[in-house]
Design a protein around this ligand. Structure first.
Ligand SMILES: [Zn+2]
Length: 207
């Protein structure tokens, strides 16, 4: 019993699941990105293997029955992503950073093309609050300029799964920097609510 209790709330992919914001929601376009990514990266066999490991709700998310502009519960997406990490990425959640990059590359060249037409990396990262509110609710992101090649981004008012803030969002920010002309981007998730910090913070730098 004691050892069971010790494990409650901690998951290698999700992080401190007891901290996760209940009933947080995600936009359908982010859910649909999963199927696209799995097909591109792992092909039909990957998609089939993944589908077998899913509960009915997560399977619905994978099969893209969701509408891009509607809001959905984040819970089943966490389960879908957890299965992607476990089944296709051999447990290495760091690979979710690439999924974050792909989501940014796709969305910022389609849905948010206008948003990205102008601006330096710093300008674009300065608008992450707007981008964030298109993907997730509740919560907010703020950012402030550091040096010429650095910006700090802070997320508060929501706790998302550990892999999501540490990898997916980091990848998203790195791709956004690259797409606005920055070289060698690096998003360091320097503070995280899953590690006991008050908010989630990224130091994003480029050359
Ligand atoms: Zn975090």
């Amino acid at each position: 019993m004691a050892s069971e209790a010790g494990r409650v709330g901690t998951d290698p992919v999700l992080g401190r699941s007891d901290l996760l914001t209940k009933n947080a929601e995600v936009k359908g376009q982010a859910i649909r990105a999963r199927r696209r990514y799995v097909l591109e990266k792992f092909g039909e066999p990957g998609l089939e293997a993944l589908a077998k490991s899913l509960d009915p709700l997560s399977l619905d998310y994978l099969n893209s029955t969701v509408l891009p502009s509607s809001w959905y519960q984040l819970g089943p997406l966490y389960q879908l992503d957890r299965a992607i990490v476990g089944t296709l990425m051999k447990g290495d959640r760091a690979q979710m950073r690439q999924l974050g990059r792909d989501v940014a590359q796709y969305d910022l060249t389609t849905l948010y093309k206008l948003f990205f037409r102008i601006g330096s990396p710093s300008f674009i990262l300065g608008r992450v609050a707007v981008a964030f509110s298109q993907y997730t609710r509740p919560g907010k992101m703020d950012s402030e300029a550091g040096s010429d090649h650095e910006r700090t981004v802070e997320m508060s008012g929501v706790v998302v799964a550990g892999y999501m803030c540490a990898e997916v969002y980091s990848g998203w920010m790195e791709a956004a920097v690259t797409m606005s002309g920055g070289k060698s981007p690096h998003a360091q998730h320097s503070a995280c609510q899953h590690r006991g910090d008050r908010s989630c913070i990224w130091k994003v730098s480029w050359s």
